[in-house]
Design a protein. Structure first.
Length: 274
């Protein structure tokens, strides 16, 4: 995505159409569009030809972008789990790992980055009916691997609003749910985590369209991406007008929900009742 956005910037600065750019590398206009959106892999030769077309002659700048192209083609760690993942999800895992801020609203269950191993296993078993035990365990292992990013040295800021429904809907037995609630209390104390609970008592709210995640990146060239997961596919929205609406909805959810301290108290109350 970063390389694609820089190629788009260089092309537009020279006033070159996507059609002309595609012709220069023996490809279609749509191929250039997919490259600029970071949706396809990059051939080093194509990047070199495009840089020449765009008038990039400085060797330092060329080498940096060509190196970026090589890095973009290296498979991420999550690709080793592709056999148990829907084809749209590896893209999300890559974006999640690159994000400097993750903002989300969840209603069905606890967000994957916050699930305990037992809770995750119960969620996966429910969603992968008929799957082998080995496949379930691989999916759980992937979820736990993703969570390492939340606590590492370069951890993103994670702002999450959980609907109270996600906490009252049991996945696993009583011990699993108690462990999950305690984990939420504990991890909400981390400086990079802002966890809020939207209580039942509030009534209707701005999360009426369902769960969503907004991913922001440290590179200024990259626009925010809204991730919407569906039953058989997922949507990745990066148009400014779409992102703005979801940001406004999340901001309203945050304003309408109790703050992090009050939300921890709510979690403690649910733990006592469980």
């Amino acid at each position: 995505m970063l390389l694609g956005s820089q190629l788009r910037r260089l092309r537009e600065a020279r006033g070159i159409t996507r059609e002309a750019a595609g012709y220069s590398i023996r490809a279609s206009e749509s191929k250039i569009s997919r490259m600029e959106l970071g949706r396809v892999s990059f051939k080093t030769r194509d990047v070199e030809d495009l840089l020449t077309l765009y008038g990039v002659t400085d060797e330092t700048e060329r080498n940096a972008l060509i190196s970026l192209a090589r890095e973009a083609n290296v498979a991420g760690w999550w690709h080793s789990y592709s056999d148990v993942l829907p084809n749209w999800f590896p893209t999300y895992v890559g974006l999640e790992g690159a994000a400097s801020m993750i903002r989300a609203y969840e209603v069905q269950f606890v967000h994957g980055l916050l699930q305990t191993e037992g809770y995750a296993r119960a969620v996966v078993q429910r969603g992968m009916k008929g799957a082998s035990e080995a496949d379930v365990e691989r999916r759980v292992a992937l979820r736990l691997e993703r969570q390492k990013h939340l606590v590492d040295e370069n951890a993103p800021d994670f702002h999450i609003v959980l609907d109270e429904a996600s906490l009252r809907r049991p996945y696993g037995d009583r011990a699993v749910m108690r462990g999950q609630l305690q984990h939420l209390i504990d991890i909400s104390e981390r400086p990079n985590v802002r966890l809020q609970i939207m209580p039942f008592g509030f009534g209707g709210h701005s999360g009426e369209s369902g769960a969503f995640t907004i991913l922001s990146f440290p590179e200024s060239d990259l626009s925010d991406v809204v991730y919407l997961e569906q039953l058989t596919s997922a949507l990745y929205l990066d148009k400014a007008e779409d992102v703005t609406q979801y940001e406004a909805a999340l901001k309203e959810l945050q304003n309408d929900s109790p703050g992090p301290d009050e939300s921890r108290d709510l979690l403690r109350g649910l733990l006592q009742l469980s």
